[in-house]
Structures are given as structure tokens and as C-alpha cells.
Design a protein around this ligand. Structure first.
Ligand code: AMP
Length: 280
């Protein structure tokens, strides 16, 4: 496995892969890898013949009061996991290399990025789209794999690729969960033992919503209130949002039908913010 720590090193490695005629797959991550990330690697290997995984805690997607400095990092362990899983090239640049001091160019989506996570994290998707666009260009990837765990993110990336005509195919990887249903996340490590015990309630609430819709309930307000009721049993949890939105454009729905709904939620347990979603 090769490791590129600078843009220059990456460019040289990519040049070699392209001259050998490989179909390049990309898995962008912020590191502190878990099985959810590694399953994206497996998926990437199915749809490409060389896998590049990037590890970069991207400062432009963190707001001023968010966890940029505290974000967990363990590059040595990450590299070992990548090697074991058959990643071909890891790109782990530093911030100065990715963003020069005078950087002022960003990719901004102006509609679907405004709701859901965009409300409490107003600059988040500008940072995500910008870094992904840069990583697509630098890696010259044919295909990039993103997890359904960050549903709004993958929808916005697909939209960016479509609307800016970027020559990249986007593949979605399913949500990988712990045995009690909690979606795997690098941020789960912030949870105390007692917080960890109640964390699956977000997924449980989403399942309640799904069952109601599948049982014929169509009124969003009723579904949302049952989901909220389940989470509110735990006073230490604060709901950021629980929304039923259109699966394509993420617009809020007041009446829902199976086959076209994304139920997405975000909660704060103590200082930790967790997200999850389910398609119905
Ligand atoms: P992150 O390192 O959190 O920025 O995530 C990098 C990629 O891994 C994104 O495409 C995420 O959607 C994906 N990912 C993170 N957690 C999971 C999970 N539990 N299941 C599937 N994909 C995930």
C-alpha cells in the first residue's frame, strides 16, 4: 500500500495508476476508521480496480463552535486498517497543502443544503462539497463511494456531480450499525457509558416512523410526534431535527407515501451530535 502525504506525491501516484489504465475508486474519509468506512472500501473494490482512501479532517466543514480540534485521530491505526483491507493508496494531506492561506473558492449548493443538518451547521456542506470536488480532481477518480449514513451529504454530492458535470460516478454504501442498531460513527467514541446505552433510541425512533408509514399512516405531523415521543423519554437527549423529506430534493413533506420518503434525524446526547436516517 502506498501513502501520499502531499498533493505532489498523490499526483505522481495517480499519474502512474492512470497510465496503467486502471479504473480508480475513491473513498473520502476524516479518518478514525471503523467498519462503516471499511465496508465502503469493500464496495469501492467491487466497482473499481484501484482504491484510494483519503484521510483529511476538513476544517472548512466545521463551524466555529464545533469539534474540529477534538475530532478523534489515529493515523497509524488507520493506515494499518487500510493495508489489511486492501486499499491501494492512502492520501493524508495536511491543511496547509489542501488550503493555501489565500483560499477563497468554494462550491455552494443553494437549496437542498439549507434544511436538515444545514440548519444547525450552516457552512458544513459548503466545506464538504468543496473538499470533495478537490479530492475528485486530485485523485482523478472514475468512481467515488459515500455512505448512506450521511444521507444529505451523498444527495448533495450526487447533485454537485450532476449539475457541475463532474466526470465521476457516485456509489452509495449502506449504513453499517453496531449490534444494537446505533449507526457506526467516529463520534460515537465521545459518548460516556450511560450515553452510549441510550444512543440507539434515534434509530428506534426512525423505525417507529417507518413502521407507521408502512402501516398506512400518511400524516407527517403525527409520525413526527410519535418519533419525538420515543426520544423524549430520555431527558438527557435534545432533538436537533426529525424530518420526513422527499428522497431526491430533501423538501419537507406534509403527507407521505412509501417509496419516496427519507426520514432523517439528528440528536444531541450531551455535547455529542449523532445523525441517522432511513428510507421508506
Ligand atoms: P466520515 O469519516 O465520518 O467523514 O465518513 C466518511 C465516509 O464514511 C462518508 O461517506 C460516510 O457517509 C461514511 N460512513 C461513516 N459512517 C458510516 C456508517 N456507519 N455506515 C456507512 N457509511 C458510513
Amino acid at each position: 500500500m502506498e501513502v501520499a502525504k502531499t498533493i505532489e506525491e498523490l499526483k505522481q501516484a495517480v499519474q502512474k495508476l492512470r497510465s496503467e489504465g486502471h479504473r480508480i475508486g475513491l473513498v473520502p474519509t476524516m479518518g478514525f476508521l471503523h467498519e462503516g468506512h471499511l465496508r465502503l472500501v469493500d464496495r469501492c473494490k467491487e466497482v473499481s480496480d484501484k482504491t484510494i482512501l483519503t484521510i483529511f479532517v476538513n476544517p472548512t466543514q466545521f463551524g466555529p463552535n464545533e469539534d474540529l480540534d477534538a475530532y478523534p485521530r489515529d493515523e497509524e491505526r488507520d493506515l494499518k486498517l487500510c493495508e489489511e483491507r486492501g486499499v491501494d493508496l492512502v492520501f493524508c494531506p495536511n491543511v496547509e497543502d489542501m488550503y493555501g492561506a489565500s483560499h477563497s473558492t468554494f462550491v455552494i449548493e443553494e437549496r437542498a443544503s439549507k434544511g436538515l443538518c444545514g440548519i444547525s451547521r450552516p457552512i458544513h456542506f459548503r466545506g464538504v462539497l468543496t473538499i470533495c470536488c478537490k479530492l475528485f480532481m486530485l485523485s482523478r477518480c472514475d468512481v467515488a463511494v459515500f455512505g448512506q449514513k450521511d444521507a444529505q451529504q451523498v444527495i448533495l454530492i450526487e447533485k454537485m456531480v450532476r449539475e457541475l458535470n463532474l466526470p465521476v460516478e457516485i456509489v452509495r454504501g449502506e449504513i453499517i450499525r453496531e449490534s444494537d442498531g446505533l449507526a457506526m460513527s467516529s463520534r460515537n467514541r465521545y459518548l460516556t457509558e450511560s450515553e452510549r446505552k441510550i444512543a440507539p433510541c434515534l434509530q428506534e425512533a426512525l423505525q417507529i416512523g417507518k413502521a407507521l408509514i408502512e402501516g398506512g399512516q400518511t400524516e407527517t405531523a403525527k409520525i413526527r410526534s410519535e418519533m419525538a415521543h420515543h426520544i423524549e423519554k430520555h431527558p438527557e437527549i435534545r432533538i436537533d431535527y426529525l424530518e420526513l423529506v422527499d428522497v431526491q430534493e430533501l423538501t419537507p413533506l406534509s403527507v407521505v407515501r412509501p417509496g419516496e420518503v427519507l426520514i432523517a434525524g439528528a440528536i444531541y446526547i450531551g455535547k455529542t451530535r449523532l445523525i441517522d436516517n432511513v428510507n421508506v
